[in-house]
Design a protein around this ligand. Structure first.
Ligand code: NAP
Length: 501
């Protein structure tokens, strides 16, 4: 779609065909997993007057943007897909990134989402004006909408490290989030900076091919093994043709993932056993005590995001791999100099330093009722209503915002549950039950206060520094189980909202 659709004049006409009293005009920001899932749900609910504004020229979000070597998902394939679009063809128990992107494109095409997407349209400002949202992309006024829904995810602005001399390196420097597909590593001396999920995956993927691999690790991370196996053809056929099997398999993964997630959120013997797993894995996988000591974090397992990899420990023990814990002092044309004075001579430097994890919706330029801004609302730490709504922001919902369960639940499915919640409110509007609604400050304060207390019982509340934390040091995660989350997203507690009828 190249033009913003004229929405206002078509409202009654479109409403007539759908059986709902009036068609809301809806602006969705982002055509990744969450935004597309919401779009599909809106369409199925009979909403026809919505536009998904996408900054890039394709769907897929993080899976479109990331294509570094080794990219794969650390959530099982069958649980990292839309519940309404099972994919019998996943090649592995944990999917490679390219397959996930292909799946997103396929489902989006099948659901004809292109009819609703406006590409190359980054949202730069949106303001609540009396009764509606006015939305802009740069100086382009995109129109007025009854609802505004952010589906921008949160890991998409790369964190470029401020390392002295990085721009003087004579070889190539490439950030994983801006991967250049012409990059070659075979037979080269390669440095990798960073050991989050990304750096770990890169090291595991390229070490067998490189002449020398130097992994610069500032803070070790706890790891758990990944049961990554190819699916047999017969199993894929069974998933496609055996009635009910796909649903049962999804349920199996839901229960397994719930149990895994409760390892983080529910204190007790289960959690004690859960946090022992990464310690046992490291002990078994790395026999050399000196290397094991270098790989051992000084904070408890589960405080930061666990890295899921069965390959990294094997790779870092290969003769051509070196783990460097001394801090990076500077980059010079020949390579990287560390605090012990060593110059690590390199041909290629891969920067896997992650993202601005606190961006969330901050860069959208949102202004709510009476000039409310996100910066002001979150100046002392995140405050939300059940992860999906903000006081002062009427008819606004967030998918994948702070307090979402991105530490222990499938991000795809969490987005689906948040979408369901938003659609429930939108349907009530379409039935004429209200004009605008925002959670009350009391409800937001109550949820936030509970979140801050409960998070202390989780593994994320232990003593460590992690990108989960906000300015107050509180991890921005949903601290209860995935079951509790699903339950909370299935209810619309109207009394928690300030509703204008
Ligand atoms: P990350 O977890 O934030 O890791 C960044 C790494 O870079 C850390 O090791 C950090 O060290 C290091 N670093 C940052 N600045 C540095 C500097 N100036 N000098 C040296 N080292 C520096 O980022 P990520 O690995 O890209 O992962 C981010 C998140 O993306 C993951 O947690 C996950 O949610 C998601 N992800 C998921 C998958 C998946 O399989 N689903 C795959 C990849 C990523 P410190 O720890 O010392 O700060």
């Amino acid at each position: 779609m190249s033009q913003v659709r004229e929405t206002t004049g078509t409202r009654r006409a479109t409403a007539r065909g759908t059986g709902i009293a009036r068609q809301p005009r809806i602006a969705v920001i982002g055509a990744g997993f969450s935004g597309l899932g919401l779009g599909i749900r809106l369409k199925r609910a009979g909403m026809t007057d919505f536009t998904i504004f996408e900054k890039a020229d394709n769907v897929g979000g993080t899976w479109r943007d990331n294509h570094y070597p080794g990219l794969s998902c650390d959530v099982p394939s069958r649980y990292y897909a839309w519940s309404f679009a099972p994919n019998p063809d996943w090649s592995m128990t944990f999917s490679p990134g390219s397959e996930i992107q292909a799946y997103i494109e396929k489902v989006a095409a099948k659901e004809r989402m292109d009819d609703f997407i406006q590409y190359r349209t980054p949202i730069t400002a949106a303001r609540w004006q009396d009764t509606e949202w006015q939305v802009w992309s740069g100086d382009r006024d995109l129109g007025r909408f009854d609802f505004l829904i952010s589906a921008v995810g949160f890991l998409h602005y790369p964190n470029h490290p401020d390392i002295k001399g990085l721009d003087t390196f004579a070889g190539k420097v490439v950030h994983t989030a801006e991967w250049d597909d012409s990059t070659r590593w075979a037979g080269k001396r390669v440095g990798v900076i960073g050991n989050g999920s990304t750096g770990t995956q890169v090291v595991a993927a390229i070490t067998p091919d490189v002449q020398e691999l130097v992994h610069f690790m500032r803070t070790p991370q706890w790891m758990v093994p990944m049961d990554k196996r190819p699916y047999r053809r017969s199993w894929k056929l069974a998933q496609r043709f055996v009635p009910g099997l796909s649903k049962r398999t999804f349920k199996f993964y839901e229960e397994a993932q719930d149990a895994f997630g409760e390892g983080f959120t529910e204190p007790g013997p289960g959690q004690d056993a859960f946090v022992q797993m990464p310690r046992d894995f490291l002990e078994a996988a790395v026999p050399d005590p000196e290397l094991r000591a270098k790989l051992t974090p000084d904070y408890p397992p589960g405080c930061r995001r666990l890295i899921v990899s069965s390959e990294y420990y094997q790779m870092i023990q290969r003769p051509n791999a070196h783990l460097v814990r001394d801090g990076i002092v500077e980059v010079v044309p020949e390579g990287v100099r560390t605090a012990d004075g060593t110059l690590h001579e390199l041909d290629l430097l891969i920067v896997a330093t992650g993202y601005d994890a606190n961006a969330f919706i901050r860069r959208l330029g949102l202004v709510g009722r009476d000039g409310a801004t996100v910066e002001e609302l979150w100046k002392d730490g995140y405050r939300t209503y059940e992860s999906v709504a903000l006081d002062g922001f009427p008819n606004f919902f967030m998918l994948g915002g702070p307090h979402s369960p991105f530490g222990h639940f499938s991000f795809v499915l969490s987005g689906e549950h948040q979408s369901r919640y938003a659609v429930r409110w939108i349907e009530a509007w379409a039935r004429g039950e209200y004009e605008n609604a925002a959670p009350t400050t009391a409800a937001v304060d109550r949820f936030t206060a509970h979140q801050r207390v409960k998070i202390k019982e989780t593994t994320w509340g232990a003593d460590c520094v992690s990108w989960y934390q906000d300015v107050s040091g509180t991890p921005s995660l949903y601290p209860w189980s995935a079951r509790t989350f699903r339950d909370s997203m299935s209810k619309r507690v109207v009394s928690d909202f300030d509703v204008q009828r």
